[in-house]
Design a protein around this ligand. Structure first.
Ligand SMILES: *Cc1c(COP(=O)(O)O)cnc(C)c1O
Length: 349
């Protein structure tokens, strides 16, 4: 596994910190919880897409592209990070936003990641849910080609064997950090969606023969579909890495019991996880991915799935910019109402 053989641009802030979460660990009274801060990768508030974009944008440049096209949900972190990378490299960025939730909230549709997409100069168009979005994107790419542009298309979440190299790189980085501090990692847990993060980690860890089990917490697809997506991409990524056959089917484990009503719909467990990380550790999660990933981890700890003395690393994949698209899911009760006291006093006078 020799990653410098692949075209890559170096703009991620690496290595990301690997830190202990003492107050969260204590509150849950189970295993020792560590966090790998991939919310600190840089590119417009950071997140897991930065590592993938190092390889994807290098490929775009190598192909002589003058613009990138990508797609995602309305509050896509991937779209926002792609828009930022394109801005930094002087390329145009066009985004297809899929309406997966049907939300009519103004914040959901205009704030958070959408605000940042436009701030980075991207253009965007909307699609209803249920279409083959990667196919839609190829149609739009043809339109730009007909107009003389040279688009490079990036699949949803940047999840193809090129993007997944970014997470093979993360596997190498994490293993090296753990070795340097004599940390034996018993479990690596993170939110899994378009599959590139888990596929890259699984392929990288298998190539390194690390023996660290990865558990993806699903945010959209049911378990059989999610595991199939991750496995297929992990196999292709291992081939790219020069390690064909390294990934076995049993390396791929996803738990999809924490999706709730659907993609992008926050659950009570997700809101609790966001609140716990914020209040106990000063860390911001997000309502679509890392909040659900953390909710799954917290629930499993409470159910005794991980033993005391074991060490878990939670990979923080970012996404906090989406919080501003989901302001309505939080209820701060009396603390928020206290801010209205002067107005109420004025009314009463
Ligand atoms: C995209 C994303 C994920 C999921 O990663 P995949 O590679 O798509 O599986 C997790 N967390 C956040 C914050 C994301 O934006």
């Amino acid at each position: 596994m020799h990653l410098s053989r692949f075209p890559r641009l170096h703009f991620a802030h690496l290595p990301t910190p690997l830190e202990k979460l003492p107050r969260l660990s204590e509150a849950l009274g189970g295993p020792e919880i560590w966090i790998k801060r991939d919310d600190c990768t840089g590119l417009s508030t950071g997140g897991n897409k930065t590592r993938k974009l190092e390889f994807l944008m290098a490929e775009a440049q190598a192909q002589g592209a003058d613009m990138v096209i990508t797609q995602g949900a309305t509050q896509s972190n991937h779209a926002r990070q792609t828009a930022a990378a394109a801005a930094m490299l002087g390329m145009a960025c066009h985004i297809l936003l899929e309406d997966r939730t049907g939300s009519t909230e103004v914040d959901y549709n205009r704030n958070g990641n959408v605000l940042l997409d436009f701030l980075h100069g991207a253009t965007a168009e909307k699609r209803p849910s249920g279409l083959d979005m990667n196919q839609e994107m190829e149609r739009v790419a043809d339109r730009f080609r007909a107009a003389g542009r040279k688009p490079y298309t990036i699949p949803g979440g940047g999840s193809n064997p090129t993007g997944a190299l970014g997470y093979a790189n993360c596997a190498l980085e994490l293993l090296s950090q753990a070795n340097d501090r004599d940390l034996v990692i018993d479990h690596l847990i993170h939110a899994t969606g378009s599959a590139g993060t888990q596929a890259g980690l699984v392929a990288g860890l298998a190539a390194l023969n690390a023996g660290i089990p990865v558990l993806g917490i699903g945010v959209r697809a049911p378990k059989p579909k999610q595991e199939e997506n991750v496995f297929n991409l992990a196999v292709a990524t291992a081939e790219r890495l020069g390690c064909p056959g390294a990934v076995r089917r049993e390396h791929v484990v996803a738990d999809c019991d924490y999706v709730g009503p659907g993609y992008g719909m926050a659950t009570p467990g997700c809101i609790e996880a966001i609140t716990m990380f914020a209040e106990l550790e000063g860390i911001l999660l997000d309502p679509v991915y890392s909040g659900k990933g953390a909710a799954g981890m917290i629930d499993m700890i409470r159910k005794g799935r991980f033993r005391r003395g074991e060490r878990i690393v939670f990979l923080h994949t970012g996404g906090s910019a989406a919080l501003f698209g989901y302001t309505k899911i939080f209820d701060f009760g009396e603390r928020m109402q206290a801010l209205d006291a002067p107005a109420r006093a004025r009314e009463a006078a």
